[in-house]
Design a protein around this ligand. Structure first.
Ligand code: FAD
Ligand code: SIN
Length: 522
């Protein structure tokens, strides 16, 4: 069954929603999202959005902080572009109704996070992402030109390969025409066709056992583009957030925002020592890669599974006003943050690499854009500066929207695109195989491809993954399509890319730390 649109957006986080709002007056838009419209990483963002919108801060300082955190791998042009376009994109958010906290004099109440030399984080309490997701999704739902398909799972990108054409990439560019998408309530598979396609499927946190990401983050967009022979890069740079609440049974891990350290909270080990002083002169506000590695080291030295965050020195009023959700969450677990230490541990949080895009968000596949966490723009380099991610999504959604509008109808969609073909698939119920393989994958990635890596661990990870890959591909070919097997297959694809790119990097840089090559290649 076919559906035709001008613009097709996959994903309804900040990237997908803001792109849709920008193009909707120029054509019909479909947004497909695998859960409800608001289920996304975006909804969980706490700290806020970094932007220079005060005369006590400068673009140059934000640029410098971003480049320093990125450890030599940022694209400086991209960094300058994103940071100087930030104020306009913040205005867009406010126009869509997003409310940032202000102090009594009406100025923005800026938060501070690791790696930032200034307080420049715009926030809404400690649930900025929820505020953004609510306001943008309401706007989208009210727009007459946008159709939202909730519980619709994107399976694969349709290219010339589906027409039986052999494409030599060096001669003919690969072109995208649409996607096969399954309605998860009826199991029907639709052929969505569109002139311009925007992939905004977010991150990959769920390839690890412990993650701050909700279950939707299984790397689907990256895997789809990889299978369609698009270009992917920098997958070895997986960011672990230093301070997820230690509560092993809870999934996803609840985040304790870095802004709490920005307000004065201090990391301590089981002996009560404020240990960050041993690792970096910026102490608790060093960039995330350094803090996460320091915590990992302290935990390994003491043989423990967590360290403490001491927020007892922060003014009670500040805690209640700026961090009400953290205070409430800790209280539920019997922790009074004004008196007790909070147990924290690192958790997989953010992917710096992804689908390679140019400055307008165009991927290497024609008519296919990518934005938000799924994309590799060059902004983050080897380590993302805190709160630069929502900003990147906004700036690139805008740029992609403008480019897509300008180039609308610049090509034809072939008339003979086939519908989904499930001939030869018979299996229906093999859930035990899928759930067990998913568990194994998370273990492989957590034990061998975590914060600290070695060649032998990476090799073992690849060998184990190879077995899972073969078993899963066989199962996939024989099975009726279902979300769980597609997500497992996608997760294996992205795990493979993380491991392979980690093996190729013969140095330690930013988030990629390999004990066999402890130094950076100069
Ligand atoms: P997402 O918001 O993750 O949205 C992805 C969408 O794609 C979802 O709607 C999902 O359902 C859909 N989708 C995925 N696969 C498919 C498929 N196959 N078919 C259909 N739909 C699909 N960044 C900051 O800058 N500041 C912060 O303070 C901050 N705090 C954070 C706190 C937490 C706990 C987490 C997890 C992240 C935080 N980040 C923060 C990172 C930031 O939130 C994300 O990088 C950003 O929200 C990603 O937005 P996105 O639109 O790219 O993807
Ligand atoms: C946080 O609030 O600590 C998360 C910010 C981010 O991931 O950028």
């Amino acid at each position: 069954m076919k559906k035709f649109y001008d613009f097709l957006v996959v994903g309804s986080g900040i990237a997908g929603l803001s792109f849709a709002l920008k193009v909707a007056n120029k054509g019909k838009v479909a947004i497909v999202s695998k859960e409800t419209i608001t289920d996304s990483n975006t909804k969980y963002a706490q700290g806020g959005i970094a932007a220079v919108v005060s005369n006590r801060d400068t673009f140059e300082e934000h640029v410098k902080d971003t480049l320093t955190a990125g450890d030599g791998l940022c694209n400086e042009d991209v960094v300058r572009m994103v940071i100087t376009e930030a104020p306009e994109r913040i205005k867009d958010l406010e126009k869509w109704g997003v409310d940032f906290d202000k102090s009594v004099n009406g100025n923005y109440d800026f938060g501070r996070e690791g790696g930032h030399s200034k307080s420049r984080i715009l926030h809404h309490k400690d649930n900025t992402g929820y505020e953004v997701e609510e306001k943008l999704s309401n706007k989208v739902l009210q727009h007459p030109n946008i159709d939202v398909y909730e519980h619709f799972f994107a399976i694969d990108i349709i290219t010339q390969h589906h027409l039986g054409q052999l494409v030599k990439r060096c001669v003919t560019p690969i072109e995208a025409y649409g996607l096969y998408v399954q309605n998860l309530k009826t199991n029907e598979i639709y052929t969505f066709l569109a002139d311009k396609i925007y992939i905004a499927t977010g991150g990959i946190g769920n390839i690890y056992e412990t993650t701050t990401n909700p279950p939707i983050a299984t790397g689907d967009g990256i895997a789809m583009v990889y299978r369609a022979k698009g270009l992917i890069n920098n997958m070895e740079f997986v960011q672990f957030h230093p301070t997820a609440l230690y509560n092993p049974k809870e999934k996803p891990s609840f985040l304790i925002t870095e802004a709490l350290r920005g307000a004065g909270a201090i990391l301590k080990n089981q002996k009560g020592e404020a240990f960050m002083v041993k690792y970096d002169e910026r102490k608790d506000l060093a960039p995330r890669d350094i803090v996460a590695r320091a915590i990992d080291n302290e935990m390994k030295n003491l043989g423990v599974e967590y360290v403490y965050l001491d927020a007892t020195g922060i003014d009670k009023g500040v805690l209640n006003n700026h961090f009400p959700n953290i205070v409430a969450k800790c209280k539920l677990l019997g922790i009074d943050v004004t008196k007790d230490y909070i147990s924290v541990t690192p958790a997989a949080h953010y992917l710096c690499g992804g689908i390679i895009v140019d400055k307008n968000g165009r991927s290497s596949i024609a008519n296919l854009y990518a934005g938000g966490e799924v994309a590799h723009t060059g902004l983050h380099g080897a380590n993302r500066l805190a709160s630069n991610s929502l900003l990147e999504a906004l700036v690139y959604s805008h740029r992609s929207a403008m480019d897509a509008i300008e180039n609308l109808y610049d090509h034809e969609i072939p008339a003979n695109i086939p519908d989904w073909d499930d001939k030869g698939t018979t299996l229906n119920e093999e859930m035990v195989l899928i759930t067990q393989s998913t568990k194994e994958l998370k273990q492989i990635m957590s034990y061998y491809v975590g914060i600290v890596r070695t060649d032998i661990r990476l090799k073992r990870a690849l060998d184990r993954l190879e077995i899972l890959y073969k078993e899963t591909e066989q199962l996939y070919r024989r099975s009726k399509i279902r979300r769980e097997i597609c997500e497992l297959r996608n997760s294996i694809n992205v795990a493979y890319l993380v491991i392979k790119m980690a093996m190729e990097r013969k140095e330690s840089r930013g988030l990629h730390y390999n004990l066999d090559y402890p130094d950076k290649i100069q």
